[in-house]
Ligand binder design. Structure first.
Ligand code: 5MY
Ligand code: ADP
Length: 341
């Protein structure tokens, strides 16, 4: 368990679940229909009878507790973090609100299983543009098994993690046209080089996200999404300041999720786009033991540099055509389905 200086107040009524080794809490049992999240861009997915997260209509995201130590690690983290008085209030907003755990019907048909009940950070958004960026040049940590270390090492070397200190795990970007969304193949975006990552980060804030080889992205949402006193860059810098100080947690293999809602009209100059940064995926968080999380901090700094440079030079032509990750149609798909090359 992660150390925490506060009491275990989130779970006033722990019930030993016969089917699992996780304490289960029925905060308020609600009979709601759960569904597959439409705007999920990475991670394990509930489609096709697999085990994955579900959402309800009230803005909650149900993440199944993985049956190995990943599940208990993530729950430990949320429990510790929720009651850790050393975490500044202004930092809490970067984490999904945690509502405890609940037994719900698992998406793989295996019956009622414990799920973390989290705030659905895309709730209420009609056309959320979402990008999941896995931070850190290494996703393994010394406490992991040899097999896990080898798998992570391989992925880190094959993707941009090792070279850039982060990798884009997945994304979706809406265009201005109704129902047009670009959701490129995940395994391809993970391997982009620095120029290509820059181009994807530009497309993320452009009116037409389609990977048209002839056109340079217009970056017309860059200043309202990335810039400004409340934009993505400002939020990342706020997080960075915390990471320069906090030594309680090491956020191995965690992601930064960037989100904003695509509106057909441009926000007024200087206007806010309500862009948000969230941290997600705490299945591999370990104790910081008084040491700076330099792996996360380094990756975050590298990512910040990419965003800053786009704000400074939005019109700079990308030196490389982005053919590697354009889809078969050379453009955005109508239904957002990711297509492999
Ligand atoms: O199953 P895969 O190969 O897609 O790998 C998952 C990763 O997908 P990716 O490599 O980004 O495509 C996945 O990465 P994302 O969260 O999608 O960035 C996780 O790393 C997941 O491991 P864990 O649950 O965090 O231990 C990974 O799952 P495990 O293979 O560790 O079960
Ligand atoms: N609280 C949340 N609200 C909405 N979407 C979320 C939330 N947490 C995760 N997601 C979506 O699910 C994806 C995978 O989440 P993650 O926690 O990394 O799962 P995994 O452990 O399976 O990798 C993210 O890329 C994001 O699209």
């Amino acid at each position: 368990m992660l150390e925490s200086d506060a009491k275990f107040t989130i779970f006033p009524r722990q019930i030993k679940d016969q089917e699992s080794r996780f304490p289960t809490c029925f905060l308020s049992f609600r009979h709601t229909m759960l569904k597959v999240p439409e705007h999920q861009v990475a991670g394990h997915q509930a489609l096709g009878g697999h085990l994955g997260p579900l959402i309800d209509d009230s803005g909650r995201f149900y993440k199944p507790l993985q049956g190995d130590e990943r599940g208990s690690k993530e729950m430990s983290f949320y429990t510790s973090f929720s009651s850790n008085t050393r975490v500044p209030e202004h930092i809490r907003r970067f984490f999904p609100v945690f509502h405890g755990t609940q037994l719900v019907e698992a998406s793989d048909g295996s019956g009622r299983k414990p799920h973390l009940v989290l705030e659905d950070v895309t709730s209420g958004q009609f056309k959320p543009c979402v990008m999941d960026i896995k931070i850190g040049s290494r996703t393994w940590y010394s406490e992991s098994s040899e097999d896990y270390i080898q798998r992570c090492l391989k992925k880190d070397m094959e993707t941009s993690s090792l070279s850039l200190g982060f990798r884009i795990s997945g994304l979706q970007v809406y265009g201005n046209k109704e129902s047009e969304v670009w959701k490129p193949e995940r395994k391809v975006v993970q391997k982009l080089d620095a120029d290509e990552v820059r181009l994807v980060l530009k497309r993320f804030v452009s009116s037409d996200p389609s990977p048209d080889l002839e056109s340079n992205p217009d970056c017309c949402y860059a200043s309202s999404v990335y810039g400004g006193s409340t934009g993505i860059l400002a939020q990342l810098l706020e997080l960075k300041a915390w990471f320069e100080d906090q030594t309680t947690y090491h956020f191995n293999s965690c992601s930064v999720l960037m989100l904003y809602e695509k509106k057909p009209l441009l926000p007024k100059k200087g206007g806010s786009s309500a862009a948000e940064v969230k941290l997600i995926d705490f299945a591999h968080v370990t104790e910081g033991k008084g040491v700076i999380d330099h792996n996360f901090l380094g990756g975050l700094c590298s990512f910040i540099k990419f965003i800053s440079e786009i704000l400074t030079n939005p019109d700079e032509q990308s030196p490389r055509a982005c053919s590697q990750y354009s889809d078969k149609n050379g453009g955005a798909t109508e239904n957002g389905a990711a297509e492999s090359k």
